[in-house]
Design a protein around this ligand. Structure first.
Ligand code: NAP
Length: 333
């Protein structure tokens, strides 16, 4: 276990903002976690890809250094796999692809760790982590006990789970158990992905992953060069009636069915672009010119500046469309 006091977080958050944490604990085993003092404020940190520090963190950050992926069972059609929390998410996707296992390929290239994946139920190209998660192994802070939650008890929703709600601040994800398919299950409902995959030949987990990464690389800024945290905003889910009203005024507006009955999903990126914010820069913060969902640190921005900028984007969308944009990024105040 590594313990760092008064540590700079600049290299530990993909926005690249400066902030310090009173303590950072890097753990590898459950036994090590059991020795950590959780009195006072604490928070789990994954790859730092979905977080925005607006000031110094006066407590303990807990980060997993637990690596390892293993097959734990299989039957005729599927393979059960356990991956520990500190495994890089894309390494996990690659591991599955190399073995011809289906289910993770649409989620290629998402920055972060396996342990962070269930927290916000990461998703892309019509797939979500919940589609392949069987259970999540957690360490219960305070009790020091282990809790394994079956997927049906994780309350997975759109970029949401029990870990962001009832279990927030109560557990630390130690490992995730997945079920992957041996049978081909290409999920190519997103038009851009179907087109790009076709360029690489037959759909396989590896060719689909390659296609996803190729599209992502062409549209998304590399956080090692331009600070960002992926999608800053969630796609708004509104009543079908509201979506119809807006579509009557803006016929080009994309509208997709939402998982919830009576609701529609709007594309936050389109709303931001139409509100005139795509590519706009103010001070050290901007909206990425190729992808309006992404707020970028153009160099030297503070977390507070980024939040202020994001509030302006939210106001612009609210004024033009009457739609509230929620942030996907975890803002730490
Ligand atoms: P896009 O293809 O330009 O589409 C814009 C939006 O329309 C997406 O947000 C997507 O919703 C929705 N959409 C497109 N085709 C759809 C379909 N067939 N059925 C239902 N909804 C559809 O999207 P993009 O911005 O380049 O992103 C591509 C994918 O990567 C998306 O799934 C996006 O969520 C994901 N992504 C996630 C992050 C992140 O940080 N979480 C960052 C970048 C991209 P959904 O977003 O609900 O899929």
């Amino acid at each position: 276990m590594n313990i760092h006091d008064n540590i700079s977080l600049r290299g530990l958050n993909s926005f690249g903002v400066e902030a310090r944490a009173a303590r950072l604990v890097e753990w590898e085993s459950e036994d090590e976690l059991a020795t950590v003092c959780f009195d006072g404020r604490w928070m789990a940190l994954g790859g730092g890809n979905n977080i925005l520090f607006t000031k110094d963190f006066d407590g303990t950050l807990v980060k997993s250094a637990a690596r390892g992926i293993e097959i734990t069972g299989q039957d005729a059609g599927s393979v059960s796999v356990r991956a520990r929390a500190g495994v890089d998410w894309n390494d996990f996707v690659t591991w599955c692809g190399e073995r011809g296992l289906w289910g993770a390929e649409n989620l290629a290239g998402i920055p972060g760790t396996v342990g962070a994946a269930p927290i916000q139920n990461i998703g892309a190209y019509g797939a979500e982590a919940k589609d392949i998660i069987a259970s999540v192994e957690c360490f219960v802070v305070g009790g020091g006990t282990r809790l394994t939650l079956a997927a049906e008890h994780c309350a997975f929703g759109y970029r949401d789970s029990v870990f962001k709600r009832e279990l927030r601040g109560k557990v630390i994800v130690m490992a995730v158990n997945f079920v992957l398919s041996k049978e081909p299950r290409p999920n190519l409902h997103y038009a851009a992905l179907a087109e790009k995959t076709a360029e690489f030949g037959e759909p396989t987990p590896e060719s689909i992953s390659r296609a996803v990464i190729s599209i992502r690389d062409s549209k998304l800024p590399d956080p090692s060069k331009t600070g960002n945290a992926g999608s800053f905003f969630k796609n708004p889910v509104v009543d079908v009636a509201i979506a119809h009203e807006l579509a009557a005024i803006y016929p080009a507006m994309p509208v997709y069915p939402a998982v919830e009955r009576g609701k529609s999903k709007l594309a936050a990126g389109w709303l931001i672009e139409q509100a005139g914010w795509k590519g706009r820069v103010e001070g050290h913060v901007g909206i990425h010119p190729k992808q309006a969902l992404i707020v970028v640190n153009t160099g030297g921005a503070t977390g507070a500046e980024i939040v202020e900028f994001a509030r302006k984007v939210q106001s612009a969308v609210r004024e033009k469309f009457g739609v509230e944009l929620e942030t996907e990024v975890n803002i730490v105040c």
